[in-house]
Write a protein that binds this ligand. Structure first.
Ligand SMILES: NC(=O)c1ccc[n+]([C@@H]2O[C@H](COP(=O)([O-])OP(=O)(O)OC[C@H]3O[C@@H](n4cnc5c(N)ncnc54)[C@H](OP(=O)(O)O)[C@@H]3O)[C@@H](O)[C@H]2O)c1
Length: 322
């Protein structure tokens, strides 16, 4: 059926430049071509005439990269987080930056967070340690409804985590910059409600965007406002965490443990103390990987909408930083 409201596609084939490093390029190109047979896809550094390029799909581009493009219609970020792109002073002003909204991210993140919440909730770390010492020490566990999990950031990923935890009966609270009402979740907004939010979080999950306001937010002052013995799960960005403060908080006992999927340097240097700290579990940024199969489809669908002058979701607000 023809959608009469949609504007016809212009005659020129849109040109998308793939400029992503450190990813499986072959797989990405296969899926971009599969979903966008009518789009011309060029691959950095074989860009041809830069003035012909309409869109760039970017990840970790080299210095000075953006200077050559004159007529971009949009820049797509290969990742959900756009903090690195925004730090690039050369990125053209006035061109919309569109973040990745791969539908695979939410269920994967919710699954990862649930795994670690349950592990902590049922004290599995202690039982594993007991087994190694041939100890048989049963203890009562609280019900999920007696366990408070706080989520910093109720965006796409935070909401997916909250939804799943609510389904299992956890007492879930969330904190965000603007009001984000959600059924079953106690909502807290802005710096003025942060203390109140933290005061009951036995598990604290960070799914915040990384901006100048949230960089380093996970610091000792914040950890001291949690109930003693809380668990930190950071799946946002390494820049949210003050790493030396985490060790101090664990030593002081305000935190019992931490699960870190993201770190300030990835991978961390071999002599980084977190590798060998039994109170800290680290994983190599795998909680919610972008999947080319589904992500390529969303990029192509957004190009199609822009070509038809229709609005797209995921446009970054540069002044807010996410
Ligand atoms: N580990 C991984 O594999 C992985 C994968 C994908 C993404 N990520 C990271 O996960 C994080 C969340 O991604 P997302 O897609 O859910 O992002 P999102 O939809 O943009 O949500 C970001 C959340 O942060 C909140 N926020 C931003 N600044 C704030 C501030 N100053 N004070 C309070 N709240 C603030 C926003 O509040 P409002 O709702 O009020 O706007 C929003 O709820 C990002 O850091 C992203 O880079 C990690």
């Amino acid at each position: 059926m023809i959608d009469a409201s949609a504007a016809p596609l212009p005659a020129k084939r849109p040109v998308l430049l793939f400029a992503c490093f450190g990813v499986n390029q072959e797989l990405w190109l296969r899926w971009l071509r599969h979903h966008g047979p009518d789009i011309e896809i060029r691959v950095w550094p074989q860009i041809g005439l830069a003035s012909e390029i309409d869109y760039v799909l970017a990840w970790e581009v080299p210095d000075g990269f953006w200077a050559q493009f004159g007529a971009l219609k949009a820049i797509f970020s290969l990742g959900a987080g756009v903090e690195r792109l925004l730090l690039d002073k050369d990125i053209p002003v006035g061109v919309e930056i569109v973040r990745m909204e791969d539908p695979s991210l939410e269920p994967a993140m919710a699954e990862y967070v649930l795994l670690h919440v349950l592990h902590h909730h049922r004290d599995m770390g202690r039982y594993a340690a007991d087994q190694r010492q041939r100890l048989w020490r049963p203890a009562a566990s609280p019900l999920a409804s007696e366990r408070t999990v706080g989520i910093l950031g109720l965006g796409r990923l935070g909401r997916a985590c909250a939804e799943l935890l609510v389904t299992l009966g956890f007492d879930v609270r969330g904190w965000s910059r603007t009001a984000n009402p959600m059924s079953g979740v106690t909502a807290f907004v802005g710096p003025g409600e942060l203390d109140d939010f933290l005061s009951r979080c036995e598990v604290l999950v960070c799914t915040l965007a990384l901006t100048p306001q949230t960089r380093g937010i996970l610091d000792l002052a914040l950890f001291r406002r949690l109930p003693k013995g809380a668990l930190l799960i950071n799946v946002g960005r390494g820049g949210h965490l003050n790493e030396p403060d985490l060790t101090t908080a664990l030593d002081e006992g305000c935190l019992a443990g931490a699960v870190l999927d993201v770190l300030s340097a990835e991978p961390p240097p071999q002599d980084h103390p977190f590798w060998s700290d039994p109170r800290i579990a680290i994983t190599p940024h795998i909680s919610a990987p972008t999947r080319p199969q589904t992500a390529a489809q969303t990029v192509i669908a957004k190009i199609d909408r822009i070509e038809r002058s229709a609005p797209v979701s995921g446009v970054v607000n540069r002044s807010q930083g996410y």
